[in-house]
Design a protein around this ligand. Structure first.
Ligand code: FES
Length: 116
């Protein structure tokens, strides 16, 4: 009971394996859960050795924020209109819309936990 109540505030933890393969200054998409059952896709990025997790759904018009090499300012780019989002806090670096959703993430021993 207490753990269920706690998960309402902390989110649901999901494990991502092989996070050491995510190179500095780059990001990759991770699908958390079953896509057919409404999985969540997040972008996992490494900046200054630390992992960050940002929703792949663009807050502008629901485009897709893509992985790959990050742009200056730690930015990932939406494929639809090219807006840039800082993967460390979701703020908009190029474009005008609200911040992208970010998730809490912790890395340990080559795997990470993301709280959805
Ligand atoms: S939908 Fe992402 S920038 Fe427009």
């Amino acid at each position: 009971m207490f753990n269920k109540l706690l998960s309402l505030f902390r989110g649901i933890p999901v494990t991502i394996h092989d996070t050491t393969k995510i190179e500095e200054g780059s990001a990759r998409t991770a699908t958390l859960g079953d896509l057919a059952a409404g999985a969540t896709q997040v972008l996992i990025a490494r900046v200054d050795g630390k992992l960050h997790a940002i929703d792949t759904i663009c807050p502008h018009q629901n485009g897709r924020i893509e992985g790959g090499k990050l742009k200056p300012g730690n930015a990932a780019v939406c494929a639809v209109h090219g807006y840039w989002f800082d993967v460390t806090d979701g703020s908009v670096k190029r474009g005008t819309c609200r911040k992208a959703k970010v998730y809490r993430i912790e890395e340990k021993d080559g795997q990470a936990t993301v709280w959805l």
